[in-house]
Design a protein around this ligand. Structure first.
Ligand code: IMP
Length: 192
């Protein structure tokens, strides 16, 4: 089975993506290959950050690897927080801090449209290739549900009546930004 390094130490992501790739590739995270240190993430686009993270791992291992970067883009906030979604409420903020800030900024706003966008950069034999996934929905006015992570309790995808945090992981994976991007990656790897 083909081995690919996933440039992440985020356990939530590893579980989500690992489930989708099971059977096609052997996924290894940074811990497993003994790589430590903070991967730089200083670009101002999702594509730039995904490439930067994947390249960092490739330069140190010479092995095929991929990285992802995700942003929540809110229409009434002119696309913010976007690439800054993790640090929306400040440098060392928690998921809860980010949600509180989002609820406060969105208070009274009638246009609540938003989307999650994920870009995956796969580096295969030194060459980068990109896969994108997007899910549209709305920002809720309060938290619902306990599953998932990040902004899940306040994001409700279109055509659903529940937040991401109220869905079983299998359902979220089928329709989510990362799920769609990973499905495109899987299709590409299957065709190899
Ligand atoms: P990252 O670049 O993939 O680490 O994502 C940046 C930030 O977006 C994370 O810190 C989360 O706050 C948020 N995020 C990413 N993916 C999701 C998701 O599936 N649900 C909710 N929030 C997410």
């Amino acid at each position: 089975m083909k081995e690919i390094i996933f440039a992440t130490n985020n356990k939530h992501k590893l579980t989500e993506v690992g489930k989708m790739l099971a059977g096609y590739v052997k996924l290894m995270c940074l811990d497993e290959i003994g790589l430590s240190g903070d991967i730089p993430e200083t670009a101002d686009t999702l594509e730039g950050n995904a490439l930067q993270k994947a390249q960092w791992v490739y330069d140190r291992t010479g092995k095929d690897c991929f990285a992802d970067d995700t942003g929540l883009e809110v229409e009434a906030l002119d696309g913010r927080p976007g690439v800054f979604s993790a640090r929306y409420a400040g440098e060392h903020c928690t998921f809860d801090d980010n949600i509180n800030k989002m609820l406060a900024e969105m208070e009274g706003k009638t246009n609540r449209k938003a989307c999650f966008r994920t870009v995956i950069c796969l580096i295969e034999n030194g060459v980068p290739k990109y896969f994108e996934g997007r899910v549209d929905g709305v920002i809720l006015t309060e938290r619902y549900g306990k599953e998932g992570f990040g902004y899940d309790p306040i994001f409700m995808p279109d055509r659903f009546a529940v937040s991401f945090a109220e869905m079983p992981l299998e359902v979220k994976n089928r329709i989510s930004h990362r799920g769609i991007a990973v499905a495109k990656l899987v299709k590409y790897l299957q065709e190899q």
